[in-house]
Design a protein around this ligand. Sequence first.
Ligand SMILES: Cc1cc2nc3c(=O)[nH]c(=O)nc-3n(C[C@H](O)[C@H](O)[C@H](O)COP(=O)(O)OP(=O)(O)OC[C@H]3O[C@@H](n4cnc5c(N)ncnc54)[C@H](O)[C@@H]3O)c2cc1C
Ligand code: FES
Length: 283
Amino acid sequence: MTKQTLPNDKPIMGEIVEKWGECFETYCFKIKLPVKVQSANPGQFIMLWVPGEDEYPVGIAGLKDSILEVGIAKMGPGTEAMHKKEVGDLVGIRGFYGKPFTPPEGVNHLLIGGGFGMTPLKLLTEKLMSNENKQNIHVFEGARSKDRLMYLKWLQDFHDQGKINFHVCTDDGSYGYQGFPTVDLEMFLQESETPSVIYAAGPEKMMKAIFDLGKKFANVIDMQMSLADRYMRCGFGACSSCAVDPTGWRICVDGPIFNTEKLEKISDFGVYKRLETGEKKRI
Ligand SMILES: Cc1cc2nc3c(=O)[nH]c(=O)nc-3n(C[C@H](O)[C@H](O)[C@H](O)COP(=O)(O)OP(=O)(O)OC[C@H]3O[C@@H](n4cnc5c(N)ncnc54)[C@H](O)[C@@H]3O)c2cc1C
Ligand code: FES
């Protein structure tokens, strides 16, 4: 260990020290960083370079003793190449980038997500468990079927130990209740009198539905959402490939976490995203 910080202008090579199949077409990796890094904030991301293939943004699921945890869902060639990596292989990392979640104290913390959106929510759950009243931490996860639920055992174990409240559902009813996570979220908001903050990460359509629901409840004092379902090239504000309309905010530096006040101003939110060419595509 020579350096004390992770460089964010060029990749630094880290060694994969652990790999496991987390759920359907999703692998998790622990990567040993060659520098001492103290902590990462939930919601921040890295740029992961898979040598010979591609570099792309990935959320931080954990960081302890300079060992970084990531979860990679199969999408295309870049993520498939990472899935083929094994313990002992080297990958490039630069970061940490972006604005994190900022949980206030004394509220209900309602974390809601699906797919690879669960990676920043894992780190957020961990941080909240170390600080907050456990009764106030609620994690809502939804997936098409049981085999697609990310961190299922990890979350279910904390629920069984009374450390969090885990609300889980699947489209096909193979685990938890049948339906969408917004069903339980809405029921919770109807019954709760304590102010709540919603933290969401996942497909943008789902986040927009959560946002529209949250706006109906006066007890929702803020919503913080990760606009990570979008294309990024540089990750540090230089190329504008992640800019949103009409504000021109770049998701990599002004986000990826945006709060209610900012989300209200992004007309693209839940409607359009940009392709690699810069062209806008309806979500
Ligand atoms: C802030 C942020 C955090 C992310 N965190 C995770 C994570 O923790 N785990 C995970 O599995 N995925 C994560 N992603 C998504 C991941 O970066 C893309 O799925 C990945 O780039 C796909 O590459 P591919 O070559 O496998 O697929 P491709 O065939 O290249 O693309 C598949 C899909 O991913 C999109 N995509 C391609 N390249 C990028 C890129 N550079 N940036 C964003 N989207 C892209 C494409 O528009 C397409 O919709 C995150 C994205 C962002 C913006
Ligand atoms: S990815 Fe280049 S400015 Fe955001």
